[in-house]
Ligand binder design. Structure first.
Ligand code: ZN
Length: 86
């Protein structure tokens, strides 16, 4: 990972202002959910992508009853339902 080299101070509430250039580059608009990931001694910010509750995939995820499910798991669930005993 290439270091960007921007230094910011953490405020009393633990907040850090992301430089406008980064917000613009990554389309981080006000209200955009951001996921905070920890990798060893690094803290990584990533635009939040909903994950499938079953397989954690981020591909083709739909929301159902406030849960996220991918198209692959929806297909498997359809197979399961179609093979239930009558
Ligand atoms: Zn899935």
């Amino acid at each position: 990972m290439k270091a960007v080299g921007v230094v910011r101070k953490v405020d009393q509430l633990g907040r850090i202002v992301l430089p406008k250039s980064l917000r613009k580059r990554y389309a981080l608009n006000e209200g955009e959910p951001v996921e905070i990931l920890v990798l060893g001694d690094q803290i990584i910010l990533e635009k939040f992508k909903p994950r499938c509750v079953f397989c954690t995939s981020i591909d083709a995820v739909s929301e159902f009853n406030e849960k996220h499910v991918c198209s692959s798991c929806i297909s498997e669930l359809n197979e399961l339902v179609n093979h239930l005993p009558a």
